[in-house]
Design a protein around this ligand. Structure first.
Ligand SMILES: [Zn+2]
Length: 100
């Protein structure tokens, strides 16, 4: 696809939160790189008409990447809190731990 500066193309605008007309303001390898929304006039990278991932998805991806890179993910909100308690409190009692 050959885009040209000033071409009007559809893209997803995060400010308008929908597909709107955009003008091409920057090109990369003959394709749109940056576009300007013709409704709110904000510039952003051309996202191939794809809506950006939701915050929920971003959080999931973040967690996933943390696991991939070997970084321990933050402890889950409920349940398995043993590891955290051990690292925070230096006083480890020998023997059996009282589990409810
Ligand atoms: Zn817009």
């Amino acid at each position: 696809m050959d885009a040209r500066l000033g071409d009007v193309i559809d893209d997803f605008c995060v400010k308008c939160r929908r597909l709107t007309n955009h003008s091409v303001v920057s090109l990369l390898n003959g394709a749109a790189a940056k576009v300007r929304c013709r409704t709110c006039y904000s510039d952003h990278d051309y996202r191939n008409e794809q809506a950006p991932p939701s915050k929920k998805d971003l959080k999931k991806a973040e967690l996933f990447n943390a696991v991939l890179s070997g970084v321990a993910p933050p402890p889950p909100p409920a349940g398995d809190a043993d590891g955290e308690a051990d690292s925070k409190k230096g006083a480890k009692k020998p023997g059996k731990r009282a589990e409810a």
